[in-house]
Design a protein around this ligand. Structure first.
Ligand code: EPU
Length: 429
């Protein structure tokens, strides 16, 4: 029931450090189930989706020990197949990696249907197609997914019908210890796909081609323990790049891989924002006036869908009309109604938002309708003159490590406020 309260208007100045990548970390954590030795994961982001994933493994009997705020030791030797609690699995999307991990380790899987943010239909048919190709029988019954590979998990050629991040990574996990070779065609090329391959290879897997659209996995007998550091979160970095541009500030965003940010950097430059790169940082200085642009979200290396709501806020502040087309999800514009409460001038036509820029957004009471939508509300609040309150911030906490503390340290007037249950109940009535 907590909320974020922002007194907007301060330009952000200073250094802001990015944490480990959520979408790499959650896959790597579930992949630890394949390994019957100790694994130490570094640069793990302390966020809700990571704690839920660790809790799932712990509740299955794995030993999970936090060595530091961002370092965890996992030993899944004693984990019991099919024992993940439905209540936890349903709280996040990435729990689908548990299916690939159980299948890879035990040759069968039994996991509840995953949850996650609501962007319209979120099918897992491509995951199922991949598990079937590996020789398994898959049944979905009463919200539970049951997979059995009675003749073992056998390498196969899989051509994905759509570019799917989760499908690609799940197949890599399931096939790492399969009999024979698996070839994934039309694979996703996101940096987290490469990170998962690097992690599995560090554990002794034989995966080549991650980062291209063809990935080759030669199954190995078994994997061994290792120490591995997760890559920095490109979406967290991009969110702070936009926060600098939207508030008229200048931020040095550190612990990043600038190459991963190229599509975001290119669009910001097109709008007139100055972006320069160092080895592991980007420096973003706001433009005197933001230019209108058009954007289409696409799989990597295209402009990321997970930056679409944050970018929409910046387009609201640009001079002229911009077109923002969503090329990945069916329905990722639910946040537009919230931005309209802040005077944004946006019309949604199917998968395109037509954004007419205005000089300033106005403060309001809004909701985080999902994770990235919540980050967009934070940026919008910072860019107004006045008090914005954001509710449902548990969505934001799923994917951003200490967003309030990090932004406050670079000059934002922002705080998290705890609302006791009874007050929010009275308010609701
Ligand atoms: N799709 C299918 N069938 C499938 C799988 C996907 O039709 O079996 C479709 C989806 O409906 C969608 C497209 O393929 O239209 C891409 O979906 P993808 O599988 O790539 O998405 P995902 O793996 O479920 C991950 C991230 C999302 C991010 C997308 C796209 C995780 C845990 N989630 O989801 O991240 O939007 O890739 O890049 O890695 C976020 O971090 O806020 C977030 C939502």
């Amino acid at each position: 029931m907590d909320k974020i309260v922002i007194n907007g208007g301060n330009p952000l100045y200073g250094d802001i450090e990015v944490s480990g990548a959520k979408n790499a970390a959650v896959a790597v954590i579930y992949a630890c189930l394949l390994v019957k030795e100790k694994i130490v994961l570094e640069n793990i982001p302390p966020i809700l989706d990571v704690s839920v994933s660790l809790e799932v493994l712990r509740s299955m009997g794995a030993k999970v020990k936090m060595l530091k705020k961002d370092v965890v030791e996992i030993d899944a030797t004693d984990a019991v197949q099919g024992s993940s609690p439905a209540e936890l699995v349903r709280r996040m999307r990435a729990s689908y990696y548990l299916i690939g991990a159980e299948l890879g380790r035990y040759k069968c899987a039994s996991v509840d249907y995953p949850g996650g943010c609501d962007f319209g239909v979120r099918p897992i048919d491509q995951h199922i197609k991949a598990f079937t190709a590996l020789g398994s029988e898959v049944e979905v019954d009463n919200g539970r997914i049951e997979v059995k590979a009675e003749n073992g998990v056998n390498g196969a050629n899989v051509f994905f019908d759509v570019v799917t991040v989760g499908g690609t990574m799940n197949l890599m996990i399931a096939a790492a210890c399969a009999n024979g070779t698996t070839i994934i065609e039309n694979a996703a090329r996101e940096p987290h796909v490469v990170d998962l391959a690097n992690f599995l290879n560090t554990c002794g897997a034989n995966i080549k081609g991650a980062g291209t659209d063809t990935i080759k996995i030669k199954g190995v007998e078994e994997l061994h323990g290792c120490t591995y550091a997760i890559i920095p979160d490109m979406i967290e970095a991009g969110t702070y790049m936009i926060a600098a541009a939207a508030t008229g500030g200048k931020l040095k965003i550190t612990n990043v891989i600038p190459k991963h940010l190229e599509s975001i950097t290119a669009k910001l430059k097109e709008m007139g924002v100055a972006v320069s790169e160092g080895d592991d940082y980007v420096l973003v200085s706001a433009a005197p006036e933001l230019k209108r642009i058009n954007i289409k979200t696409l799989p990597y290396p295209g402009f990321p869908t997970d930056m679409q709501p944050q970018m929409c806020v910046l387009l609201c502040l640009a001079k002229g009309v911009s077109l923002l087309n969503e090329g990945v999800w069916d329905n990722r514009f639910r946040y537009v109604e919230e931005l309209k409460r802040m005077s944004a001038n946006i019309k949604v036509d199917g998968k395109t938002a037509i954004v007419e820029g205005i000089p300033k957004l106005s403060p309001a009471k809004v909701r985080a309708v999902d994770l990235r939508a919540g980050a967009a509300m934070v940026i919008a609040g910072l860019a107004t003159n006045g008090k914005t309150e954001i509710e449902d911030i548990h969505f934001i906490e799923r994917g951003y490590d200490n967003i309030v503390g990090k932004l406050a340290a670079v000059g934002a007037c922002i705080k998290k406020v705890y609302i006791p249950e009874e007050i929010s109940y009275e308010k609701a009535n």
